[in-house]
Design a protein around this ligand. Structure first.
Ligand code: GLP
Length: 239
């Protein structure tokens, strides 16, 4: 694994965005796997700047990792909303296509199949990942077993607590999500894992330096041959 430690999240975001730029400019039909969460915001800021400075993204397809079950695309806490707010609408020019799972699909199983087909038809060139404090990637939560493809997941109490900060009441946090599975993530040609802050130091150590464990889903990334880990000095403190 290639581990890079930056002074600030903003420096790290510029580096991550330049990796994405390299993929965008070197492929005719680039597919970028996108993530949500505070961690990826500096990456989106830097990408928006690159587009404003002339980076052409009209040929780019994006596929997001996950979405809450029960939140419509117009719900301000939905990941559809997050992506519009922080990336899509700021770019100011349409991309080829942007995809997220539909958390209000009437048939969630069919929705997972639809999303699996999309991933199959658009192999991901580079996947952006954050990490939950419990080691989840996307919404692949710690468990005895990890699921390969897109699926509906019950969120752990820890994840519900962590994500409650974005909702007015803890009871409003959805209990389920649709997430890309571990195999879909590992099939991306290249992966970038980002983490900032001391609250991520322990899980970064467990994910990268301990063995591979299903109760630390991010440790599966050790099986991939092209992962770049992008940290600040706080999240890298135990390495
Ligand atoms: C959410 C998302 C993950 C994200 C994680 C970390 O639960 N499903 O994809 O990596 O939170 O979020 P943050 O970057 O805000 O710490």
């Amino acid at each position: 694994m290639n581990i890079r430690v930056f002074r600030t999240p903003s420096d790290a975001g510029i580096y991550a965005a330049s990796m994405v730029e390299r993929v965008i400019t070197s492929s005719e039909r680039p597919v970028i796997g996108l993530a949500t969460g505070e961690t990826v915001l500096p990456v989106y800021d830097a990408l928006v700047n690159l587009v404003r400075c002339g980076l052409d993204v009209s040929h780019v397809t994006t596929l997001n990792l996950d979405e809450y079950v029960g939140l419509s695309p117009n719900h301000p806490q939905s990941y559809h909303w997050f992506m519009r707010e922080h990336l899509f609408s700021r770019i100011g020019t349409p991309m080829q296509a942007t995809h997220l799972p539909n958390g209000v699909a009437p048939d969630l199983e069919a929705e997972c199949e639809r999303y699996n087909d999309l991933i199959r038809n658009h192999p991901i060139d580079i996947q952006l990942l954050g990490i939950g404090v419990n080691g989840h990637i996307g919404f692949n939560e710690p468990s005895h077993t990890l699921i390969t493809g897109t699926h509906v997941v019950n969120l752990t109490p820890e994840t519900i607590n962590m994500n409650a900060r974005f909702f007015s009441r803890k009871d409003d946090v959805p209990r389920q999500a649709i997430t890309m599975g571990i195999q879909s993530i590992l099939q991306a040609k290249q992966i970038m894992l980002l983490a900032f802050g001391e609250h991520k130091a322990d899980i970064i150590y467990e994910a990268l330096k301990d063995g591979i464990r299903t109760d630390v889903p991010a440790s599966m990334l050790q099986l991939h041959k092209d992962v770049t880990v992008i940290l600040d000095s706080h999240s890298a403190a135990r390495l």
